[in-house]
Design a protein around this ligand. Structure first.
Ligand SMILES: O=P(O)(O)OC[C@H]1O[C@H](O)[C@H](O)[C@@H](O)[C@@H]1O
Length: 542
């Protein structure tokens, strides 16, 4: 049996679970008039109402005990102090240093990393001002009007999500595009209507070796050079690199003056607040980018200092453990009632699933409990008219994170009232449902009653804030980052590596080489061999 199952608090939770599983949220609320008040926490501009979860004080106390028995506080402090918590790669995971104040002192291998972080920020700011003020000119003397970020995974999802989320705060004279997929169409559609003379490519890649990104970057260079009459000097006016790999950047033809660096202690999915965020800074400007970072930092401080019982990311993380391991839930739905957050669920998929999708502990022992749930979601109210049916009446239990704001950034008549009425009503409907008696009392024909019953007892968190600002968005991202860390700590896994992406990459290299290779040499299984042969016969020669 694993050490997790042997923990006192785990055993207590196992014993306690049936008493809660047999209770309905209707009863929990009826028995406790102060429930909403007691299970609502406000910190860093975020208000989390977790009263509609299938918990009582005992459940919470056992979960906090489990966190303590798993050394969450000491492990959190190790994370924040720059210890090598990414054990399989022998690296720190110091994304929190990227948003620490300029006078902070955080060491990795005996060296304070904060001055370098601040120096890179200043370098980014100088460049962003040059582009935004139109002083920076392209090869033909025209200012830059289009920014194309080329990157994938953490070098794409963060900038995409944040640029979308903060469009309201963006300089509308600059148009942002993102190319991530190696699919030709992604590049072709991104640049179809752009003038190369006015386009800046931001090549974002921590390693600067990622196949998709390098392929797109070379295609972008050819596209530019074709328009610039083959003049190689044009590249310097139209390409910058965001990377940790100076040699590869220089090898590509981008001078290190136009490289914005970061460090191996910044994981890809934790890099949106590093130089990888340059396209965000270009869009919203340096001052707002600093506000964005301050929002992260405020949540980091809350995570560091608040007692576990009043710690938002800890509570959110423990609730995920509770459902995953004791209710056997498989997924978490993230449902922002804010159009600007339309890419937030996609962003969270990498953050949560690449971090906690592990089946061995940090020590390499196979786990005998479930780990990271599947995260998914879409903005409300759209989801209500498609998949919410399953959340309300299906056979699966799906905890939901609802996110909403008091203020609309684009007020139009009654729209916002209706939007917020919907999110509040959905949480209510999921929790309390509608009984057969209530359905009958509405005069429903007997044969339809079972179809119209809502069982309820479906849990959700309601996360509310005044308004979507750069700072609030930073806090919201950090909230999920630390929730992920909390879960990983309980499960004893390394949330900062991602070995699971390697096999596919490796095999793709082999297969790509075989498209032009010798037929007799195919040594895969019969299905893989057949697919390779089929493609060889049908593909258009390059
Ligand atoms: O930034 P890069 O080095 O190009 O990496 C881009 C992405 O690809 C990798 O395969 C990892 O799965 C991601 O964590 C990473 O964000």
């Amino acid at each position: 049996m694993s050490s997790l199952r042997e923990k006192k608090a785990w055993k207590a939770l196992t014993e306690h679970h049936p008493s809660i599983a047999s209770k309905h949220l209707r009863d929990l609320f009826a028995a406790d008039p102060d429930r909403a008040e007691r299970y609502t926490l406000e910190a860093v501009g975020l208000r989390l109402d977790y009263s509609k979860h299938r918990i009582d004080d005992d459940s919470l106390n056992h979960l906090f005990a489990l966190a303590r028995e798993s050394d969450l506080e000491a492990k959190r402090d190790a994370l924040l102090s720059g210890a090598k918590v990414n054990v399989t790669e022998h690296r720190a995971a110091l994304h929190t240093a990227l948003r620490a104040p300029a006078d902070a002192h955080i060491e990795v291998d005996g060296k304070n990393v904060v001055p370098e972080v601040q120096a890179t920020l200043r370098q980014m700011e100088t460049f962003a001002e040059a582009i935004r003020s139109q002083q920076w000119k392209g090869f033909s003397g025209k200012p830059i009007r289009h920014i194309v970020n080329i990157g994938i995974g953490g070098s794409d999802l963060g900038p995409v999500m944040v640029c979308q989320a903060l469009r309201h705060y963006s300089d509308q004279r600059l148009q942002l595009r993102f190319v991530s997929n190696v699919d030709d169409t992604d590049f072709a559609e991104a640049v179809r209507d752009l003038d190369p003379a006015e386009t800046l490519f931001v090549v974002a890649s921590k390693t600067f070796t990622t196949q998709e990104t390098m392929t797109n970057a070379h295609t972008a260079r050819d596209w530019l050079l074709q328009a610039a009459g083959g003049k190689i000097e044009a590249v310097a006016r139209h390409f910058v690199a965001l990377s940790t790999n100076a040699d590869a950047v220089t090898g590509f033809g981008i001078s290190t003056d136009q490289m914005f660096g970061f460090w191996d202690w910044v994981g890809g999915r934790y890099s949106v607040d590093s130089a990888i965020g340059l396209s965000i800074m270009l869009a919203i400007g340096p001052a707002r980018f600093r506000e964005f970072l301050a929002g992260f930092h405020a949540m980091d401080e809350h995570f560091r200092h608040a007692p576990l019982e009043r710690n938002l990311p800890v509570i959110m993380g423990l609730l995920n453990v509770w459902y995953t391991n004791f209710f056997g839930t498989q997924t978490v739905a993230v449902l922002p009632y804010e159009q600007y957050l339309s890419r937030f669920p996609a962003y969270l998929q990498q953050l949560t699933m690449e971090s906690n999708g592990k089946r061995v502990t940090a020590e390499g022992v196979t786990v005998d409990y479930d780990t990271g749930p599947i995260f998914w979601g879409e903005p409300g109210t759209n989801g209500q008219h498609s998949f919410y049916q399953l959340i309300h009446q299906g056979t699966r239990l799906i905890p939901c994170d609802f996110i909403a704001f008091a203020e609309s950034l684009n007020p139009l008549g009654k729209h916002h009232d209706l939007l917020i009425a919907n999110v509040i009503a959905q949480a209510e409907a999921l929790a309390f449902g509608k009984t057969a008696d209530e359905v009958k009392a509405e005069g429903t024909p007997a044969e339809l009653v079972p179809h119209k019953v809502f069982e309820g007892n479906r849990p959700s968190s309601l996360l509310l804030a005044e308004k979507l600002t750069p700072a609030l968005l930073g806090s919201l991202i950090a909230l999920y980052e630390h929730s992920v860390f909390t879960q990983a700590t309980i499960w004893g896994i390394d949330p900062f590596d991602q070995w699971g992406v390697e096999l596919g990459k490796q095999l793709a290299r082999t297969v790509a080489a075989e498209f032009d290779g010798d037929e007799a040499e195919l040594k895969h299984d019969s299905s893989t061999n057949a697919a390779i042969r089929w493609y060889r016969q049908h593909r258009r020669p390059v």
